[in-house]
Every structure is written in C-alpha cells, then in structure tokens.
Write a protein that binds this ligand. Structure first.
Ligand SMILES: *[C@@H]1O[C@H](CO)[C@@H](O)[C@H](O)[C@H]1NC(C)=O
Ligand SMILES: *[C@@H]1O[C@H](CO)[C@@H](O)[C@H](O)[C@H]1NC(C)=O
Length: 535
C-alpha cells in the first residue's frame, strides 16, 4: 500500500487530517484560519457595488488567497475603473482573480523542495508543478483547469510567477495523462502531501486506475484536447517551450495511443464484436452516469475517422460516442500542436503526424457530422454514430456546438455554424434550450430541465456580432449572479435558485467575455466613444 493509499484509508476510517502525523501541517493551519470558500461564497460580503443590484465583494481576505499577482491586480483596476455598470464591474473584480484567489491548492516553481532543482526535467514531478482544483470539489479536472487558467495566459509574459504557475499546470497535467489518460479528474500529486478524497462511487472501470491518483475516471475526449490546449495557448502567448520535456512528449505519445484505440469501431472487418479498450459502469439511478451495454456504450460504425468520447464535458455519458464538439476541438489542437512543434524546432515527423491526424479529423467531421435539418438547413450534429443516426442538441458546457468559433474550428460567419447557432439557441431546435419567467439559456441533462447555465449566455455573447444580443446576455448573467460570482446553473423560474456557489471555470469564462468586449466593443462596457482595452 502506498503512503497515499494509506492516507486515504485513514481519512475513510474517519481520522481527520490532523490525526496522521502532521504530514500536511501547513495547509491544515491555513484551512483552520480561513473560512471554507463554499460557505464564504454563499453569503454576501462588503463593500457592495453601489449599483442597482448592489452586488457584494466576494474575494477572500488577502491572507487567504491561494496565489497573488500584481499584474492581475492591475488589470482588475484598469478594467473596473472604466466600467460604467458598477454591478458588472463588481462581478469582474470577483470573477477575474477567482482561480488564483481560491483554487491553487499547490504550486512549486521547481527550484526547491519536492520538485528538486534539476537541470534534468525528465523525471516524474520534476520542475514547476501546479495543482488547481475546480472549486467546491478538492480535485483537478483537466478541462476545468485549462479553462480556469485561460484568463491569465495573456499576462504570463509579464509576470514570471504567473508563467511558472501555468508551466507547472502543464507539467502536472502531463503526469496525470501519463498515469491515467482515460480519466477526467485527479487527486493532489504525491509531492504536495495533500491527502486525496474519495468520490463516493463504486465505479467499475477498465483500464483500472489507482484511486490515490485519480478522483474520477470518465473518458472525455475533450480532457485530452484541453491538455494540448494548455500548452499551445501558453506557447502562443509567451513563446516559451519550457514544457517540452520528455515527460510532455511521453504524455503526448500516451494521448495518441488513446486516440487510436478510441477510433476503433464496435465491430471489426469480419463483423465480429470487439470490446472497447475503455469501459465504465456505475451503480446509479441516473442514466447519464453510466454506460449502456455493459459499460461499452452504444455501437459505433467503422470508417468514419471520428474519435469516440464516452462522456461529455458535462461529465454526462454520450448517447452516441462520436461527440462532435470534442472531435472539433481535438482536430484544432492537433494542428496547433503540430505548428508549435515546427516553429519550436521539435521533431518534424511527429509534427507531420499530428498535422495529418488533425486534418483527417476535420474532414471526418465535415463528412459525417453535417446533417440537413428541415427548418435550419445544414447544421452540425451534437453526436453521431456513423450509421446515420444523430443527436441534434447542444449542452452548456464547453466544448459545445455554440463554442465552435471560440475553439478555432470555424469562422463565426460560416454558414453551417450560423445555421447551427440558430438551431441550438431556439426552443424548437434544441431540447436543452430552457426558458422560464426569470431566466433562459442552454442547459443540459446534468442539472436538469429547469436550469439554464450562465456559461452558455457568455459563449453566446462571445460568438455574437450584435451589440444588442451581447448586452442582453451579459445583463442576464449579471442579474442572476446576486452573490457576486458566476454560478453553474440558474432555475429558469427563480433567479435566486442556483447550483454551485464556487465554480471557478464559469468565473473565468465571464472574465474572458468582459476582456473580449473591452478589446473589441469597448463602448458596450466603458461608454460611447471609449478606447479599446488590451491588457
Ligand atoms: C498573498 O499576499 C498576502 C498579503 O501580502 C499574503 O498574506 C499571502 O500569504 C500571499 N499568498 C500567497 C499564496 O502568496
Ligand atoms: C436585469 O434586471 C433589471 C432590473 O434590475 C431589468 O431592468 C433588466 O431588464 C434585466 N435584464 C435582463 C437582460 O434580464
């Protein structure tokens, strides 16, 4: 039994963190002194905005913040001092730093301590490392953490510590991908000495995983695309290739093996059934939390060139495994990774391989995922099975069909995208477009049919060409964020009923939206005639 497995067993046996020999004295002291952010975020705190909604100030006290950056503070000051709407400004003030303030559970810059100083960053856990939790759950999701940090990528060049934080996050994700490439959420790294938690389920998963490393093992294609995105984004913003260690290359190789395995159809060339390498079963009454057909999922045809995803970015199971938004994101990221390797002088055969994989995947989407809708014309399907069946809908989580231009897959004015956008933003085109007396937007099966997600309104704003539409989306999010932070979902008939007080990803998406408006349509938030703002 590893030390961490022992620690897990001890915590499960009801022994608190302090019972086990002071292994993590410092975090324990910090936790005692600072309030739990779930409860802190659930009640309003002064100073209030002074706007018509009088939104509260929800940043933790200075000494309780999990990371500081003066460059980030400067952006907050620059933006909020110019914003006309005091409530929107308060939301930005709380949301932009939320990931740094509350979710950096562990970071080492690689110069001291556990990740020892070493010229050779080729061993496990060497170099900078960062463990970034999703918010109210003490685990790191690959997708969430990439998106949580996306906000700060543009600032990394000007702030060495921020740069080290993101580099650390890439290194840590690489370790996770090497260890368990099929999994979506991970435990604190062993060198952090933070005890793992148990997700309370009894999942039967193949390939098997180590519960002291993995928090949950739902195979989501977009988790792997987000691993690539974290690095390509970092490279595009900083020009740094410090993450190109042999560990990162090993992670990339592991990822490609998963893509190959998950490109296999359900029946081989002779028509024989072949079990997929990945299966997942959970004892549950929720259909979206387990997979059909003994954990394999519904049959998928051969010859599409698409890659299966067992679960969606909502962590709900797919109905048809060829989940298009994640395939689109993966095709973009394979090509960006190829371009990055070429300009960084990496292996050219590897770059060629990634480039052709990305191009083939893009073609597979054009060939198998564009379908004709009687009202909206040619649209992208949400999921297909290669037999001609398709699911037409969208889910609020990103990657989504609505987000395709933000992911870099299509131009915003692409005709098929525009048709798709009209479809997924309408009640008759998308079963998960949810409306009520108080709120509306795209939701999804994850929370249910009466809850729409602010994140979908933010993506709608970021993919719109209309000042009026952007303003309506932003104001509706503002109106439904009465605790000064962006929630996961809102009851469409009661703006005060929400899920998740502390959901860092949604706050990052809000900040990204405001920064995009500040750069491209400054008059919408800074007033008529205002100059654009770029951090
Ligand atoms: C952030 O700054 C405050 C005030 O200077 C300090 O108390 C706190 O320890 C710092 N936090 C981190 C994680 O550096
Ligand atoms: C937001 O709430 C205000 C009242 O506080 C209301 O006038 C406005 O129409 C609402 N905006 C949206 C988009 O719901």
């Amino acid at each position: 039994m590893t030390l961490l497995a022992l620690v897990l067993a001890l915590s499960l046996a009801g022994l608190g963190a302090r019972g086990a020999a002071g292994l993590w004295d410092e975090p324990a002291i910090l936790r005692r002194a600072c309030p739990d952010y779930v409860s802190y975020a659930s009640t309003p705190h002064p100073p209030y905005s002074g706007g018509s909604l009088n939104l509260p100030f929800q940043r933790p006290a200075l000494e309780c913040r999990t990371f500081n950056s003066s460059v980030v503070e400067q952006v907050i000051e620059d933006v909020t001092s110019r914003m006309v709407d005091k409530d929107l400004a308060q939301l930005f003030r709380n949301a932009f730093p939320n990931t740094l303030d509350t979710t950096i559970r562990w970071h080492v810059d690689g110069s001291t301590g556990e990740a020892r100083k070493s010229k050779n960053q080729n061993a496990q856990w060497e170099g900078p490392q960062s463990f970034i939790v999703t918010g109210d759950i003490n685990a790191e999701w690959l997708r969430d953490s990439t998106n949580q940090l996306a906000n700060y990528q543009i600032l990394a060049k000007r702030d060495q510590r921020l740069s080290s934080l993101i580099l650390g996050a890439i290194n840590t994700q690489a370790e996770f991908v090497i260890q368990s490439p099929y999994c979506n959420a991970f435990q604190p790294p062993p060198p952090s000495n933070i005890p793992p938690t148990n997700n309370g389920q009894d999942d039967q998963v193949h390939p098997a995983y180590e519960p002291s490393v993995v928090f949950e093992c739902k195979y989501e294609l977009d988790s792997l695309a987000n691993f690539l995105a974290l690095a390509t984004d970092f490279y595009e913003n900083t020009g740094s290739t410090d993450f190109l260690t042999s560990r990162w290359y090993t992670a990339l190789d592991t990822l490609l093996q998963v893509l190959d395995a998950q490109s296999q159809p359900t029946f081989d060339d002779e028509g024989q059934y072949v079990t997929n390498q990945y299966t997942f079963q959970r004892t549950t009454t929720l259909g979206t939390e387990t997979l059909n057909l003994a954990g394999v999922g519904n049959p998928l045809n051969s010859g599409t060139g698409l890659i299966r995803s067992a679960f969606r970015p909502s962590d709900d199971s797919t109905i048809m495994g060829f989940f298009i938004p994640a395939n689109a994101m993966m095709s973009v990221q394979l090509q960006r990774t190829a371009a990055m390797l070429r300009s960084a002088g990496g292996r050219s055969d590897l770059a060629d391989n990634l480039e052709s994989r990305g191009r083939r995947l893009r073609q597979a989407i054009q060939d198998h995922a564009i379908v004709n809708h009687p009202k909206y014309g040619d649209v992208y399907a949400f999921e297909v099975d290669g037999y001609g069946s398709r699911i037409l809908m969208d889910d609020a989580n990103v990657p989504s069909l609505l987000a395709l231009p933000i992911l870099g897959f299509v131009d915003q004015d692409d005709t098929v995208y525009q048709n798709t956008r009209k479809m997924v933003l309408s009640k008759d085109g998308n079963p998960y477009y949810l409306t009520g007396s108080a709120f509306h937007g795209i939701g999804g099966p994850h929370i249910g049919l009466e809850n729409a997600w602010p994140m979908s309104l933010l993506v709608q704003a970021m993919t719109s060409d209309s000042d009026d539409e952007i303003t309506r989306c932003i104001n509706l999010v503002r109106n439904s964020s009465l605790l000064g932070l962006i929630h996961e979902s809102i009851d469409v008939n009661n703006i005060r009923a929400y899920t998740r007080p502390w959901f860092a990803w949604a706050n990052s998406v809000f900040a990204q939206t405001i920064l995009k408006i500040a750069a491209e349509r400054p008059h919408l938030i800074f007033g008529e005639g205002a100059d654009p703002y770029n951090p």
